[in-house]
Design a protein around this ligand. Structure first.
Ligand code: SAH
Ligand code: SF4
Length: 371
């Protein structure tokens, strides 16, 4: 169920501008005040009404008393790569935890955000999958992670980075975005809004486990955000073993939906392929993947597997990764190996699982796959 209210107070990041205007109308405030507030939230990155000095004092006081802005409670901040990778662990209303990672590069700043606490999809190589689904995040909770990263970036020493603004948002943190489609998409629209945060659609990337209904839906959306699909295996037997979703949407169906998506949007898709030693990383499997993707407007992102304690899986050796890449390239498939960040603080892909204690104690709620 959609959570608009938070502790009985309207949670401002969950409200669209028209809804904010409605709220203000009820308070006897003119519509332009709502636009001012909106700019404060998404342009000035204000997180407390007290700092919104262009609003009348009485209004600031009412906002402080009757609404909430920040609801993500920072539990832990870890840094790596000379402070240029920053992972936050947040407690969200209800007590669950989610993680957000800011990665600053010489020419860009990317934030990787969570769309759910936990995940129902159960991929065997992923730390988040082992939690089961705890709950969906609201649009505001997704947006707020990006705003946190934007503030964090502003606080970095300008000598450390010339980048002042978040340039990219990737929905690759905890959770399956398409299993929380409506709220996730509201967050995309909010971040894109030229009157607010104003992030270009092409600067956002969603990664899906391969939920075909979501891919079809995304193909019809007006905003051209980028699509990445987690493939990870070249045949159904292996993919089903690694990713239960494959039993519902096998590879042929997934690729058919991807082809439809490409035909409808004329956009290149990325396939993610996490490399597990001796499991999916042989030259024969690379050749099979090359044949599977031949002629598709796509790119393959090879991801060195990041260790998840308690799994019997192993990370492919560097030489095997490079061999895999060579074979794919020989098949005419554009292919890169993902640059790794934040492994020391478990901020890398698929390592996001919250506090160790949560992993042990959380009840694993499994919902039917796909919806
Ligand atoms: N649920 C979505 C998005 C979040 S996971 C999805 O599965 O695509 C983001 C990416 O990290 C996916 O490609 C996922 O397969 C990959 N991943 C999961 N666990 C990983 C691990 N331990 N090491 C490296 N990548 C991992
Ligand atoms: Fe969920 Fe993605 Fe992890 Fe699979 S890889 S369990 S879909 S977060």
């Amino acid at each position: 169920m959609q959570r608009i209210m938070n502790s009985e107070r309207p949670y401002l990041y969950d409200l669209t501008l028209p809804v904010l205007e409605q709220l203000f109308k009820g308070w006897g405030q003119p519509a332009f005040r709502a636009r001012q507030l909106y700019r404060q939230l998404y342009l000035n990155l204000s997180d407390s009404p007290a700092t919104m000095t262009d609003l009348p004092l009485a209004l600031r006081e009412r906002l402080a008393a009757e609404t909430s802005t920040t609801t993500l409670e920072l539990v832990r901040l870890q840094t790596a790569d000379q402070g240029l990778t920053r992972k936050a662990l947040f407690r969200i209303p209800g007590g669950e935890v989610v993680e957000t990672v800011l990665m600053v590069y010489p020419d860009r700043a990317t934030v990787c955000v969570s769309t759910q606490a936990g995940c129902a999809m159960g991929c065997v190589f992923c730390a988040t999958g082992r939690l089961g689904l705890l709950r969906n995040l609201s649009a505001g909770e997704i947006v707020e992670q990006v705003l946190w990263a934007a503030r964090e970036l502003q606080q970095l020493d300008p000598g450390t980075t010339p980048i002042q603004r978040i340039t990219n948002v990737v929905f690759m943190g905890m959770g399956e975005p398409f299993a929380n489609y409506d709220r996730w998409w509201q967050a995309v629209e909010r971040l894109h809004d030229p009157h607010g945060f104003n992030l270009g659609a092409r600067n956002m990337t969603v990664s899906t486990v391969g939920q075909v209904t979501g891919i079809r839906r995304l193909a019809r959306e007006a905003l051209p955000i980028n699509l990445a699909i987690s493939l990870h295996a070249p045949d159904d037997a292996l993919r089903s073993e690694m990713m239960p979703i494959n039993q519902r949407y096998p590879i042929a169906e997934l690729l058919a939906a991807t082809q439809e998506y490409i035909a409808a949007t004329n956009r290149r898709v990325s396939f993610e392929y996490v490399l597990l030693q001796g499991k999916n990383d042989t030259p024969e499997q690379a050749a099979a993947l090359g044949t599977l993707l031949h002629g598709m407007l796509c790119h393959v992102n090879l991801i060195p597997w990041n260790p998840v304690p308690g799994t019997p899986l192993g990370r492919s050796e560097r030489a095997r990764v490079l061999r895999f890449q060579q074979v794919l390239q020989a098949h005419g498939i554009a292919c890169t190996v993902r640059v790794e960040r934040g492994i020391a603080i478990a901020a890398a892909c698929g390592q996001l699982a919250g506090l160790p204690g949560d992993l042990a104690s959380s009840a694993s709620v499994h919902i039917p796959l796909g919806e």
